[in-house]
Ligand binder design. Structure first.
Ligand code: HEM
Length: 782
């Protein structure tokens, strides 16, 4: 945000606007030209929303759109902050018409008694949470399993219909209808009413999120009015048979127990809105996913060869090209987002598809990488207390469709075509998706049994362990006594993902069960290459011994990542880097980066003797006097107490090395501001969970409004997953920090090696994979 060419800062606004238009925001701040031009109904937005707002994400992350009358929010952290606080940012406008309709259309709607009101997605607290809780059970992974055979059978029989044709419009011939049928089954709609409801549902999208032309508005209003009345009739029919399966019947039964929570208005509105929530989102998401995959034929081929990648590919498709491009919130009190003042009453368009391409959260964000290990951090399902309840049903459907296509039509390709979209702000997917293939090459002509094969669906967030990335060892170089450097490249000439200093990768050391984390130590600016240095530890758990014994140039390895829990804050005034022994690996990359961006830094590197210290010459050449080498056998131990005696304003200490050194550093930095010491560990101290010695405890999830019990034989992480709450994880032994959750109250029994002592004592974060409650209940920001 440093566009000095514009006078924006004279207005007091923290955002650096581009060239200014004559328009002003409701706060009086001048609107930039680009903000004035923003129009989400234009083809540019429809074709590629994150690209359309790239300028904003990079320069003017929150701007006012005079054409829309909304503030537009484009960055990941800002959008997540909005999702987190559903009191300040009310969801009540989520289903409001984004384009107000004229009197005639309104009169038509009124003539049908149209009264679509609060459901769940647009309900405020305190009404929303009790309703969500009461209606949640049919969405648990256990309950969703029962729908799997139905989805699979539908997918199989629809593909049967066109597999011998050599050409199909996947949207018209499959992807539009199946999610609708699944949605109707899930809701419990009787078979005989399905066709009618099918016809009406699209009108609701145009009515809510679209900009129908004045002459279309009346026709849309009739369709929506009919939809509303028909939904009412179907609901009445359901009331006659409340024990039938279906989420609506479940709601009808719950209404008897909690009439004030599950109201009549809710049921009627949900009968209509639920179809759209479950149908178009999923139909569009699958069409977007197939399109994206076929636009990347090499990725498609990898997926066909390894269907185990499908669950993560689904997440990456939802991230890269999801079906909900933006969502809405209403500001209820004067507040700020990303430093921009937003008065009460402001309407927000939160462009989740832009957040999903935010480099600050997803490294190499525009790269379509089905092995990306934080792909499921995407915000396409929203976040927090309103996060999509149907996400795991949608994931299941998408997995089954992709499994069906990759197995039966691996030779499918995109036909030449221009994609069109129904112009609207939020729901996004191609109206048609033409694909073609040679039917003579259909694999099941040779092997009919292929039609029946099925890969078990993973209900919930994908497992990290299924997304290993093949790499080839280009070179193995000894870099010190007992240390080798491995230079890894991609096996197919495609560049490996870009990485940032401090990142690590997981390397499978000989078998999928044995994987070890190694920090990247090369040059982050050298595209497409990953370098690690591995110290031979004869007393270790076998990973390093395997690398030293087995690995040679030309070998193929399987890795996961890169992933970064040890990020360099590039805005610092100064960084003090401290490395002990092999801890030099991440630290060397960070020091290189500090130098590249012109940051003030010093680098202290300790070891037993110079022969056992890697990269000494290279470091000396690069860092000159900023490098201090402390070799014990030369009597030059690093005096950490002296080095860190006085806190340095605006500085941070980054350290990696043996546990003893890191513990000592905590004492040395006691006088430094909280968070000034950042460490990276290599060794876990975690024992296996012994149920006989553990206590059950409860966690209250503030953002989602749930209370989850963690039994003595389960970790917090597994209990959260069983309750349908997504939490990232990686090593699951308290080492990597990826499952960190924020703690709002309660005392934590910390068992990880990631947090520093002050962090542990603050009890405001914990690692879900291993840490527990000391006593009683914890309140988490989840
Ligand atoms: C809410 C997206 C599929 C049911 C939401 C929200 C989004 C979303 C963005 C609002 C989140 C928020 O405000 O934080 C999607 C996408 C889907 C999908 C992208 C498919 C890929 C489904 C399915 C169902 C469903 C299949 C039902 C069977 C719901 C419900 C809510 C919701 C009930 C309201 C939750 C609440 O407010 O508490 N969805 N959805 N969704 N979705 Fe989905």
């Amino acid at each position: 945000m440093s566009d000095t060419a514009t006078p924006a800062r004279t207005t007091g606004c923290p955002v650096a606007h581009g060239p200014l238009s004559s328009e002003r925001t409701p706060t009086g701040c001048p609107v930039s030209q680009r903000a004035a031009e923003f129009d989400p109904f234009e083809d540019g937005y429809q074709q590629d929303p994150p690209e359309y707002v790239r300028w904003a994400r990079e320069k003017e992350p929150i701007f006012y759109s005079p054409k829309l009358g909304y503030w537009v929010v484009t960055r990941y952290d800002d959008i997540k902050a909005v999702f987190r606080d559903n009191i300040t940012f009310s969801p009540s406008n989520a289903l409001e018409k984004i384009t107000p309709t004229g009197d005639e259309a309104n009169a038509v709607l009124a003539s049908y008694g149209f009264a679509l009101n609060r459901t769940l997605v647009n309900e405020d607290e305190p009404a929303h949470m009790p309703r969500r809780r009461v209606l949640m059970d049919p969405f648990t992974p256990e309950a969703l399993k029962h729908h799997e055979p139905m989805v699979r059978e539908l997918a199989r029989s629809y593909v049967d219909r066109f597999i011998d044709d050599g050409r199909a419009d996947l949207v018209d011939q499959m992807l539009w209808e199946i999610p609708l049928t699944v949605a109707l089954h899930f809701l419990g709609v009787p078979e005989e009413d399905m066709d009618t409801l099918r016809k009406y549902s699209i009108a609701h999208t145009v009515n809510t999120w679209g900009r129908p032309k004045p002459e279309e508005q009346v026709a849309v209003a009739h369709a929506v009015g009919n939809f509303w009345q028909y939904a009412g009739k179907v609901l009445e029919k359901m009331r006659q048979d409340p024990d039938a399966p279906g989420w609506m019947q479940y709601g009808i039964r719950k209404q008897k127990l909690h009439p004030e929570v599950v109201t009549d208005s809710y049921l009627h509105s949900m009968m209509m809105a639920g179809i759209v929530a479950a149908h178009e989102t999923t139909a569009n998401a699958t069409a977007n996913a197939v399109k994206l995959l076929l636009q990347h034929p090499q990725v498609w081929q990898e997926l066909c060869e390894d269907p185990g990648l499908i669950p993560n590919a689904v997440e990456e498709c939802l991230r890269h090209n999801g079906s909900v491009a933006a969502w809405r919130r209403l500001v209820t009190r004067d507040t700020q987002v990303g430093g921009v003042d937003l008065p009460a009453g402001s309407r927000l368009l939160i462009v989740t598809s832009s957040a999903n391409h935010d480099e600050a959260h997803f490294s190499d964000a525009d790269l379509f990488d089905i092995r990306r290990d934080n792909a499921s951090d995407h915000l396409t399902f929203g976040y927090g207390s309103h996060q999509c309840m149907g996400k795991n049903l949608a994931r299941m459907e998408m997995q089954i469709f992709l499994e069906e296509f990759t197995r039966r039509l691996p030779h499918m390709r995109l036909s030449p075509q221009r994609f069109s979209y129904v112009p609207n702000t939020s729901f996004r997917g191609p109206e048609h998706l033409w694909v073609e293939w040679d039917p003579a090459a259909n694999p099941e002509r040779k092997n009919p049994a292929l039609r029946e094969v099925q890969v078990p669906v993973r209900i919930g967030e994908p497992s990290r362990h299924a997304i290993a990335r093949p790499v080839v060892v280009e070179r193995v170089t000894p870099v010190a006594e007992g240390i080798v450097k491995l230079r890894l490249v991609s096996p197919d000439g495609k560049p490996l993902p870009r990485w940032t200093a401090g990142s690590h990768i997981d390397v499978e050391c000989g078998s999928p069960g044995l994987s070890r984390q190694y920090s990247l130590c090369g040059d982050p600016d050298e595209a497409g290459v990953l370098e690690i240095a591995v110290l031979h530890e004869p007393e270790g758990r076998g990973g390093s011994a395997w690398v030293h014994r087995q690995v040679k140039a030309g070998d193929r390895l399987r890795i996961r990542g890169p992933r970064n829990h040890f990020r360099l804050d590039e805005s610092l005034a100064k960084a003090i880097f401290i490395a002990g022994g092999i801890g030099i690996t991440p630290v060397s990359a960070m020091a290189r980066r500090a130098k590249a961006i012109g940051m003030d830094y010093e680098l202290h590197y300790s070891g037993q003797n110079r022969a056992r210290m890697a990269f000494l010459d290279e470091l000396a050449a690069l860092h000159g006097e900023r490098l201090q080498v402390h070799a014990s056998d030369e009597g030059r131990r690093c005096d950490l107490h002296a080095l860190l005696a006085e806190p340095v304003a605006g500085a941070q200490v980054y350290a990696c090395g043996p546990l003893r050194m890191l513990q000592a550093l905590e004492d040395c930095c006691a006088a430094w501001p909280e968070g000034a010491l950042r460490v990276e560990h290599f060794e876990s101290t975690l024992a296996t969970l012994d149920p006989a010695k553990e206590q059950a405890f409860e966690v209250e999830l503030k953002d989602s409004g749930l209370v989850v019990t963690v039994p003595p034989d389960q970790t917090l992480l597994s209990a959260l997953r069983a309750a349908n709450v997504d939490v990232q994880s990686d090593c699951e032994e308290g080492l990597c920090g990826s499952c960190e959750v924020r703690v709002l109250s309660g005392k934590v029994d910390h068992r990880d090696v990631v947090l520093t002592r002050p962090e542990r004592e603050a009890h405001n974060k914990m690692m879900a994979c291993c840490s527990r409650a000391c006593e009683g209940r914890l309140v988490l920001e989840l």
